[in-house]
Design a protein around this ligand. Structure first.
Ligand SMILES: NC(=O)c1ccc[n+]([C@@H]2O[C@H](COP(=O)([O-])OP(=O)(O)OC[C@H]3O[C@@H](n4cnc5c(N)ncnc54)[C@H](OP(=O)(O)O)[C@@H]3O)[C@@H](O)[C@H]2O)c1
Length: 280
């Protein structure tokens, strides 16, 4: 294993979260940097919503900062605090990775959706033609919804605790993909779904309920969760018991390691990712 000791040359990837105690991203990225011999370190940055704008402003003058990773609850708010955005951020209205340009400007990118779908495909599931039930309408849900639409799903139904957020996401997906059948669910039920994706945080705590009523779930349905801790959530466990194929959340992060390092210029680029063009 190649490993660089942290030195004055080391580049920093700052991971913004609130809270940050549960996050797995720094550990996964640091193992990845070691594996690829990249002289960079990922650090957790616990920043509350009230301090986000000040933290972002500070990053403009942080010269050895390669970029910022973003998770709950900042993905949507941070998209409005940046100097430039990619097409993927414009489309999703949320950013999960920010590149610090040499002059200090911050360019927001979006790789969550790519990571999610890449993870599904790597594990043998192509979402094309699926009738997708999306649980949640937060920052990650936005990216996942847009990427599923880009990858040819047949229909999208969105169920979220706050219906107005689900309606807003549905409207944005319809604007970008007018041909796609998009609806907002009255309740979290399986109905005719062939793919279920949990993007809510329900399932992170041991006493959480299931995020969807599983009556009617058949083994033909594929069930994915984007929660990383626990690795197999109660939803995935219940789906596995019913004979369904399951996709744990870690796959979504693993699916974006290479493209993140390459986009942040920490590693030579091998693959172009379409939605990373700068929005005009
Ligand atoms: N695997 C990965 O690579 C990866 C990447 C990013 C995020 N994640 C995980 O994805 C989850 C969401 O992250 P995010 O950044 O999208 O967060 P977010 O923007 O804050 O969205 C949170 C979502 O969860 C819902 N929610 C929260 N508490 C709930 C409750 N008690 N009951 C019902 N719904 C509830 C919210 O509903 P409301 O709209 O009603 O508030 C919203 O839809 C987190 O678990 C995060 O760790 C994983």
């Amino acid at each position: 294993m190649t490993s660089h000791p942290i030195s004055g040359y080391t580049r920093v990837y700052a991971h913004f979260a609130y809270p940050s105690e549960h996050v797995r991203t720094p550990g996964v990225f640091n193992a990845y940097f070691r594996r690829r011999g990249i002289d960079a370190v990922c650090i957790p940055v616990k920043v509350a919503p009230a301090g986000l704008a000040a933290a972002v402003a500070m990053c403009r003058s942080w010269e050895n900062l390669a970029g910022i990773g973003v998770t709950m609850p900042h993905k949507e708010t941070i998209a409005g605090l940046l100097d430039e955005r990619t097409e993927g951020v414009r489309r999703a209205g949320a950013s999960n990775v920010i590149k610090r340009l040499p002059d200090g400007r911050l360019l927001g990118g979006q790789l969550d959706g790519y990571g999610f779908v890449h993870g599904l495909k790597t594990n043998g599931f192509d979402p094309a033609g699926s009738r997708a039930l999306l649980l949640g309408a937060g920052g990650s849900a936005r990216a996942v919804a847009m990427e599923l639409a880009l990858n040819g799903i047949a229909a999208l139904r969105i169920a979220n605790r706050s219906r107005d957020r689900a309606e807003a996401l549905a409207a944005d997906v319809r604007r970008e993909f007018p041909e796609l059948a998009v609806s907002v669910a009255d309740a979290s039920t399986v109905q005719d779904a062939t793919l279920i994706v949990n993007t809510t945080s329900v399932g992170m705590k041991p006493d959480d309920p299931l995020p969807v009523d599983l009556s009617g779930l058949t083994p033909q349905v594929t069930v994915a969760d984007i929660i990383m801790k626990p690795e197999v959530t109660p939803l995935l466990e219940a789906a596995r018991e019913r004979g369904c194929a399951i996709h744990p959340g870690l796959q979504m992060l693993v699916g974006q390691l290479d493209v993140t390092a390459e986009w942040l210029d920490l590693a030579p680029a091998r693959e172009a990712v379409g939605d990373m063009a700068v929005a005009r």
